[in-house]
Design a binder for this molecule. Sequence first.
Ligand SMILES: [Fe+2]
Ligand SMILES: [Fe+2]
Length: 352
Amino acid sequence: MVTKKMLLPIELVNPGMKTAEVVFNKQGNVMLWDGVALDGNTIQRLKNVGVDEIYVQLDEPQEMSGFDYSQDSPEHFKIEYEHDLNSTKQLFQAISSGRNIDVEAANTIVGSIVHKSESNRNIIDTITQVRSIDEYTYYHSVNVSLLSMIIGKWLRLDEYHIRNLTQAALLHDVGKTRIPLQILNKPGKLTESEFNEMKRHSEYGYSIVKNSAEISPEVAKAILTHHEKEDGSGYPMGITGNKINLYSKIITVADIFDAMTANRSYKSKDTPFKVFELMQHGSFGILDPIVLKVFLDNITTYYIGSKVLLNTGEQGNVVFMNKSNLSRPVVQVDDRYIDTSVSKIVRIKEFL
Ligand SMILES: [Fe+2]
Ligand SMILES: [Fe+2]
């Protein structure tokens, strides 16, 4: 296991995390040594004395050392994934036909997704695959739920928060069941009024879940705010980052990644490397920088070893990700190593 440190706001620090540096109080006295496992009381004590942020250890996925720690076989994972998709379809279709949300059915899917928490490799392989267009919302909901769960794990959230987060992610677009199909599945660009109607899915989603006693208010809030942006330029309320809850911040990162890697009817699929680059450089003011960094630092390592086609017609394997230029990794072709961030000519054309 490769360990690195990250500065986290105290609100994101969870029991079980370990300090990665000595923590001082405002007077400069040592409060905690490096390498201390944090529990709830200690975290509360840090908050009480006004410590805003601390360095914690974050584990890199084990694939970094070439070891695949997924427990499920890809075939078994695929069967469960198809099952989750179908259950999500039934859940959403029941809501479309006017019934109240079946929270128990939603929680069964959440349970199935949370239980895949050791299958990151299968999850990442599956979500970047082609999916059918008219069933987009179901694939998207399951994928965002799987991705959010992984990010929650990388952020070391506890099980309670992971379950809530996974539930909020599964239901984040449930309001789309109230959007007319001719708008939802329209292949071309939406008109302004169609787009305005589409944007109402956050509020529709909120109204679908808000009266359910089994759904936590934080989950309902995440559904309402999943299109808000850090700088206040999102919708429906235009609130800024400090008013957006952590579930929502995580879902937004997963949402954007899934939407960009999806094979939509009106745009061609970007390679995951291009998506990383766009997220890294194009999301300032949109995404929470800490959640984004944890996501990119961890997920990009899963692409080491992947096969790519270069614009020179050659095929190669990604052997190293350039942290400052994620769309231009180092690629090995036979016994040559090509750093596509340095080469003026060689680019990745396709992800194989
Ligand atoms: Fe949405
Ligand atoms: Fe979405």
